[in-house]
Ligand binder design. Sequence first.
Ligand SMILES: *[C@@H]1O[C@H](CO)[C@@H](O)[C@H](O)[C@H]1NC(C)=O
Ligand SMILES: *[C@@H]1O[C@H](CO)[C@@H](O)[C@H](O)[C@H]1NC(C)=O
Ligand SMILES: *[C@@H]1O[C@H](CO)[C@@H](O)[C@H](O)[C@H]1NC(C)=O
Ligand SMILES: *[C@@H]1O[C@H](CO)[C@@H](O)[C@H](O)[C@H]1NC(C)=O
Ligand SMILES: *[C@@H]1O[C@H](CO)[C@@H](O)[C@H](O)[C@H]1NC(C)=O
Ligand SMILES: *[C@@H]1O[C@H](CO)[C@@H](O)[C@H](O)[C@H]1NC(C)=O
Ligand SMILES: *[C@@H]1O[C@H](CO)[C@@H](O)[C@H](O)[C@H]1NC(C)=O
Ligand SMILES: *[C@@H]1O[C@H](CO)[C@@H](O)[C@H](O)[C@H]1NC(C)=O
Ligand SMILES: *[C@@H]1O[C@H](CO)[C@@H](O)[C@H](O)[C@H]1NC(C)=O
Ligand SMILES: CC(=O)N[C@H]1CO[C@H](CO)[C@H](O)[C@@H]1O
Length: 810
Amino acid sequence: MALPKSFAFSLCFCLSVILCSLVANATDVSYDGRAITIDGKRRILNSGSIHYPRSTPQMWPDLIRKSKEGGLDAIETYVFWNAHEPVRREYDFTGNLDLVRFIKTIQDEGLYAVLRIGPYVCAEWNYGGLPVWLHNLPNCHIRTANDVFMKLFASQGGPIIIAQIENEYGNVESYYGDAGKAYINWSANFAESLNIGVPWIMCQQNDAPASMINTCNGWYCDTFKPSNPNTPKMWTENWTGWFKSWGGLDPLRTAEDVAFAVARFFQYGGTFQNYYMYHGGTNFGRTAASYITTSYDYDAPLDEYGHLSQPKWGHLKELHEVLKSMEYTLTYGNITTTELGNSVSTTVFATNESSSCIFGNANSSSDATITFQGNTYTIPAWSVSILPDCKKEAYNTAKVNTQTTVKVKSVNKAEDEPESLHWSWRPEKTDDTQLLGKGEVVASRLMEQKEAANDASDYLWYMTSVQLSKDDPILSGNMTLRINETGYILHAYVNGEHVGSQWAAYNVFNYVFEKPIKLVPGVNTISLLSATVGFPNYGGGFEDIKTGVAGPVQLVGQSGDETVIKDLSQHKWSYKVGLHGLKDELFSSASRFANKWSVEGLPVNRTMTWYKTTFKAPLGTEPVVVDLHGLGKGHAWVNGHSIGRYWPSYLAPEDGCSVEACDYRGAYDNNKCVFNCGKPTQRWYHVPRSFLQDDENTLVLFEEFGGNPSYVNFQTIRVGTICANAYENHTLELACQGRPISAIKFASFGKPEGTCGSFKNGTCDGTTALSILQKECVGKESCSIDVSEKKFGSTNCGDIVKRLAVEAVC
Ligand SMILES: *[C@@H]1O[C@H](CO)[C@@H](O)[C@H](O)[C@H]1NC(C)=O
Ligand SMILES: *[C@@H]1O[C@H](CO)[C@@H](O)[C@H](O)[C@H]1NC(C)=O
Ligand SMILES: *[C@@H]1O[C@H](CO)[C@@H](O)[C@H](O)[C@H]1NC(C)=O
Ligand SMILES: *[C@@H]1O[C@H](CO)[C@@H](O)[C@H](O)[C@H]1NC(C)=O
Ligand SMILES: *[C@@H]1O[C@H](CO)[C@@H](O)[C@H](O)[C@H]1NC(C)=O
Ligand SMILES: *[C@@H]1O[C@H](CO)[C@@H](O)[C@H](O)[C@H]1NC(C)=O
Ligand SMILES: *[C@@H]1O[C@H](CO)[C@@H](O)[C@H](O)[C@H]1NC(C)=O
Ligand SMILES: *[C@@H]1O[C@H](CO)[C@@H](O)[C@H](O)[C@H]1NC(C)=O
Ligand SMILES: *[C@@H]1O[C@H](CO)[C@@H](O)[C@H](O)[C@H]1NC(C)=O
Ligand SMILES: CC(=O)N[C@H]1CO[C@H](CO)[C@H](O)[C@@H]1O
């Protein structure tokens, strides 16, 4: 595919829209070997990724405000080309694709923006953000720049301080050989020619051309060195967690380890880092990449629904505050790092006026005690201590002084809402496809799904017929239908009868389908429904991974000892894209079929079935989820808005879960701390409040595999329990996020044991904590407690650093 030079035209359109509408106080953004500079001053910048299509415009201000409160300076987003130009030359910048509004919201909240224009985005986004129609352009060569477009860039102002071209191409460049290298040169020249007046970056690109800053992505980036010493050390993707795939486990990354990675990056001279993701959100519609779940929570500091994910959000907020307090020394001070052995090191950032220190212990098992300028410090294993004045530890990444929240789901039904939902249903019409084999396009070969369906739908029918005479040998014994399938889901029908369904797993693209069938003398209709679950988004050549019924498609029979094979691959195949119900927009109240649903004989476990119900929005303002337990696989809509694909029948593996709470010590990867074994990969689906109306709402499901809708119900998510830990001489903050603290279940000062939900008094704890907490916190939305012996009285714990542990109920 001639991917490279084709993106400019389309993207020009989209970017000129954005940049034209952002005329604001222009700032002078540049960089040197140390840091990004803004109006001439070197800066420490903490940025976080929020992808605008993964939430709603109504959620944006709150998400961005919480990012700012969490200590971020900038919000980073990709631009999702295939969302903005789903059909060639047809653009969409409405609703949650209103990029201008998103950037302006960032600006209104007083943050900077970092724009990664792609064209390739990765991001577990369908086809890496590239429109599938690109794949089908005959000789796609689109202009690389034009005057109108370039003029628009030259004068831009607004909040965008950094722009990125391409994305992690370095990881896959060798796949493309010289063409890849040339592409990187071309991208760089293109970007530079835009003359937008802000620095350009290329991440994971060791051979980045001189005009580009190459940056690091990964779990840890402390050892990264930019290829050009005159560019700052920047970390564009600091993975706060990980994504989830259908059939996969829930990955978690501890707050301690994310903080460790960030603090270490700054210890080793970093000055810009971006959390990927700060808010992950939801893959609405068909935006998820191959086998990626609808939830894109990512275990990010803001959860899928926009709630603070604690303690991660708060622990990082404290880190940002302390780093910010050292901005001058970190960016202007002379850096002296001393390696003390066993992975322990001290770094001093010294200016003439003052010094700051960061001590690191990357040893995953041994705590370290060091003496520095006459004082003794203990640095726990796998942690970093920060001393803004080189004397007193203000922050240690392993000591979490922030509350943990446990969220609960509750049913908050409107008053007159019945106990269970009333359903109506319709079958998906399949006579033309399953019985007649009648499609819209005919070819004497098996077409690749991208080519045949152009990503207009997940669904593509492949249909053919076979004429058999009475004495055809294939009719003399058992028969099977055998199909080589590439990826995704296959449902096979012979003469209108379902003979079987099969599907691939995440990142496994090929399988062979073989099921017994019955053929009859005369005409037999073979109908295959191929369903994609998003296209791949990553890896060299991901754009060419085949999809659909690759073939061969064979009828296999037994005649005596002989195996008889009829290969249907070169037959005349008829193709039909999509489903009748999708074309008729059964999910929309405006559909002309809106009234033609049946309430009689509600089917259970019936494939290819549409279900509809009405419901009242749950009371309150908390985020809403719908529990789709009991359903198979399909797509869901609320008031005509897609809430994404669902697949609760796909269970996570029984084995492989982390047995205990995750140990933050030691190098993390996405397989280290995983949970949810044996449970539905995703059971609850986000219904943004803005999709709901006050009176009646409609939920429509298209059930592909067969399921039972009678368990479906709506719930709200709120903070249930909060736990907090704070060490001596710190402040403990408790907050219920919008409701009062109703009770203190546990409080102890000294050496309490256990973790949230199972705290226990230690051997030397004082006796005053519970009553103090009850007095100062119950009935309040938040409270703040000084943790000290002065407040709680002395303990028998001796010299150790004491802590206060609290569990409260919201
Ligand atoms: C890329 O540009 C560099 C420097 O401008 C040049 O040395 C190199 O030959 C170019 N590579 C390709 C493949 O065009
Ligand atoms: C960690 O510390 C132990 C004991 O001090 C030492 O034996 C080991 O080599 C250290 N590991 C690393 C990676 O520094
Ligand atoms: C920083 O390093 C420079 C060059 O080595 C030296 O001249 C200067 O005195 C140093 N400043 C401090 C505060 O150490
Ligand atoms: C720091 O002090 C050194 C030596 O006293 C002096 O040469 C240098 O100009 C000072 N630097 C700054 C930034 O004040
Ligand atoms: C045909 O299949 C049936 C069911 O699988 C099996 O019992 C039978 O032995 C098979 N017949 C032959 C001729 O293989
Ligand atoms: C079909 O799949 C089988 C099993 O993986 C494989 O042996 C065969 O080569 C495949 N055929 C084609 C044409 O890819
Ligand atoms: C649904 O139907 C399929 C195929 O008919 C069957 O294998 C499955 O056990 C059924 N599931 C339930 C929950 O009844
Ligand atoms: C912990 O100790 C306090 C004071 O001695 C006591 O009131 C409380 O019940 C104990 N809590 C638990 C969970 O044992
Ligand atoms: C806490 O502060 C008190 C009073 O300033 C001091 O005596 C004590 O050593 C401090 N404890 C710790 C663990 O820093
Ligand atoms: C190439 C790649 O993996 N890019 C990604 C970095 O990590 C996350 C994974 O969640 C995103 O997909 C990035 O775009």
